[in-house]
Design a protein around this ligand. Structure first.
Ligand SMILES: [Zn+2]
Length: 656
């Protein structure tokens, strides 16, 4: 998507075509043409002809993704859809300046789905149409009724395609906390350090998170295309390290070393008893990497050691590094020996590590509870949030019958493999136009194709009819092109906003709307941390009206934002693995798979975050409970897999 719709794409040679045996298409499902802009710019939908390169690129990428999940297709072959399902049509939304408009592709035609915005979105629906002999429901984000993520879909960390639960979106006027801090309410100790590290881009990872460690050199298999370079691990300790990187002579003074400070992390590799100290440049955020199909296929053929205990303890003594130091193994049992072993020996421990990491992404919890007391005012009550129609068409009112003067809030959360805090800027996974609030500023150019952000101002739990829901409050930001000017004056809050005139906050105009809008933990100044840097060429644009915060289901959080990842050595290496440098090069561009690339770009905000989110579903009491559950469940699942491998009839990678 963007300026270029893939003009240079060439269909690969020896490609096998896939035809859909059925369709849910209707010719009546087509976009409405928007009104012609009066400012000389363009804005229209154009059907993309099947002879255009962009059409072929979509059909190729959908087919290649389908082949990963449909057992009857051969993963080693190259595929392309012969056509989209009957009555489907690909449209190019052309919008912006007449000379250089942007082009965004959407697939229209399904009776049940308005439009698919990306290859990633359409793939589960395409698999469902293709598997016409099954009674299973469609697993795409729009059709799926399945709330649970089957164990089988987590096998080896496969991304799942879960429906966004009907989650109401509300907006309310911000209430500031009472100024006097209660003595027992203090900021969580890690929070301050973590937030400073994120805003200043000096420290990327947080204690307790799961991230990928680079194995150097990679573990090599007999096939040069299959190797293990990234191993998932838990951050146990962070240290600042000073390195003298060079020497420069200053005239008239002594020679000086140039000292550079960077962080090194003590990492506990998952699945094995191995601690590893690794510099930040050799780590990736969990969502930046997923094993490629060739590696997954190899893993599924991996054999476990024989004999094998039920808790798989035999796998723990594998170490993936070439030269381990004995001091790195504090957990080593007596009389146990470490072995580096062969490529074959690596497969089962690595499979276990991937499985544990994948399970952790399904768990979440709030941490560091504190009592939020509203600033005293005539009504002495928290404002009731107003209801609004949700993305799924339902609506919900959060009742506040007793008008409480205080509520329990949380300073932090464990969100899958990541640690998030109040005052963090987090990525949301809905698209910009899926937040159905009229009060938000109109979208800036192309914002729908980039990540939507929230600066977290509060985390709390609502209790409605015995259902407990995690909620997150905050200010919404989008990424606007640098120098973006709003063409129309912004709307004033109207329909969904409860105006609480009695509140002290409404009487205190401050110079910056942002400052006024950010409440803090008692005793701390507003907007203490600020925002991290936006990606180059963009600015963070506040789209909530001044003085208001938006409340979302916490399930809409995709994960953390990594401001400098894409420009870091590890980020470069990952982009290289995905052939990012081939974009736009005729003949080489077919190596680029947008569906793999976009999740990585979204960690830096440059693509929408739908394809790059934690799959959190189950609440756990503590971080330790998450890690223990993930470990136990993974060992059970893999033990079953290993011991039943002879009678296994189904492809364990199957999504449905
Ligand atoms: Zn579907």
């Amino acid at each position: 998507m963007g300026r270029d719709i893939g003009a240079s794409f060439q269909t690969p040679k020896d490609v096998v075509t896939i035809a859909f045996p059925r369709s849910d298409g209707t010719a009546s499902r087509r976009p409405d043409q928007p009104p012609t802009p009066t400012d000389g710019s363009v804005n229209f939908f154009r059907p993309v002809s099947s002879r255009e390169p962009a059409h072929a690129r979509w059909r190729h990428e959908v087919a290649m993704r389908m082949a990963l999940h449909v057992p009857s297709l051969d993963k080693s072959k190259k595929y392309i859809l012969a056509a989209f399902p009957d009555d489907y049509e690909l449209f190019d939304h052309t919008k912006g300046s007449r000379d250089n408009p942007r082009h965004d592709l959407y697939l229209w035609g399904s009776k049940t789905v308005t439009k698919f915005r990306s290859v990633n979105e359409f793939v589960p629906h395409a698999i469902w149409l293709y598997n016409h002999n099954t009674a299973a429901n469609c697993g795409c984000r729009y059709c799926s009724n399945a709330k649970g993520q089957g164990e089988i879909s987590q096998q080896y960390g496969l991304p799942s395609h879960l429906r966004l639960e009907a989650a109401p979106v509300t907006i309310r006027r911000i209430v500031r906390p009472a100024l006097a801090p209660a003595p027992e309410q203090r900021a969580a100790s890690q929070r301050d350090a973590d937030l400073r590290g994120a805003v200043a881009a000096t420290r990327r990872y947080r204690i307790g998170e799961v991230a990928w460690c680079q194995i150097e050199p990679p573990l090599a298999s007999p096939d040069p295309n299959v190797f293990i370079r990234w191993w998932p691990a838990i951050v146990r300790e962070v240290r600042l390290k000073s390195t003298a990187t060079g020497r420069k002579s200053v005239p008239g003074s002594a020679a000086e070393y140039v000292v550079r400070q960077s962080h090194v992390y003590k990492m506990q590799l998952l699945g094995v008893l191995y601690h590893y100290t690794v510099p930040e440049e050799m780590m990736l955020p969990y969502l930046a990497y997923a094993p490629d199909p060739d590696l997954l296929a190899t893993l599924r053929e991996g054999k476990a050691p024989v004999p094998l205990s039920e808790d798989l303890r035999e796998l723990a003594y594998f170490f993936p590094m070439p030269t381990p130091k004995p001091t790195h193994f504090p957990d080593l049992e007596e009389n146990s020996t470490l072995r580096q072993g062969s490529w074959e020996d690596a497969l089962a421990p690595y499979g276990l590590a991937l499985q544990v990491a994948a399970y952790i992404t399904t768990f979440w919890c709030f941490t560091d509870e504190w009592e939020f007391k509203a600033k005293a005012s005539k009504s002495s009550a928290l404002p009731a949030p107003s209801a609004s129609t949700s993305a799924a068409g339902e609506s919900e009112v959060i009742p506040s019958p007793r008008r409480p003067q205080s509520e329990w809030r949380y300073q932090g959360a464990w969100w899958g493999n990541e640690r998030i805090w109040m005052d963090d800027l987090v990525r949301l996974h809905p698209y910009r136009d899926q937040i159905p609030l009229d009060e938000l500023l109109p979208e800036s150019e192309g914002a729908d194709t980039r990540t939507l952000f929230m600066l977290v101002t509060g985390m709390f739990i609502t209790h409605t009819n015995d259902r407990h829901k995690g909620k997150i409050a905050g200010l919404l930001y989008e990424l606007a092109p640098e120098g973006w000017k709003d063409p129309t004056p912004s709307k004033s809050p109207s329909k969904n906003v409860v105006i609480e005139k009695d509140f002290a906050v409404a009487d205190q105009p401050l110079s910056s709307p942002l400052r006024r809008a950010v409440p803090t933990i008692p005793g701390q100044p507003p907007l203490q941390y600020g925002l991290p840097a936006p990606p180059r060429g963009f600015v963070f644009r506040l789209i909530t009206p001044p003085g208001f915060e938006v409340i979302l289901d916490i399930a809409m959080v995709a994960g953390r934002y990594y401001s400098d990842l894409l420009e870091s050595p590890a980020g470069h290496l990952r982009l290289q693995e995905l052939h990012f440098d081939k974009l736009g090069i005729p003949g080489a561009e077919e190596l680029v798979n947008q569906a793999d690339l976009e999740p990585v770009l979204s960690l830096g905000g440059l693509a929408a975050s739908f394809g790059s989110k934690m799959g959190c579903q189950e609440w756990k009491r503590t971080r330790q409970a998450m890690l223990t559950s993930a470990d136990t469940l993974s060992r059970e699942a893999l033990y079953t897999l290993f011991t039943n491998s002879d009678v296994k009839t189904e492809d364990p990678m199957l999504i449905d």
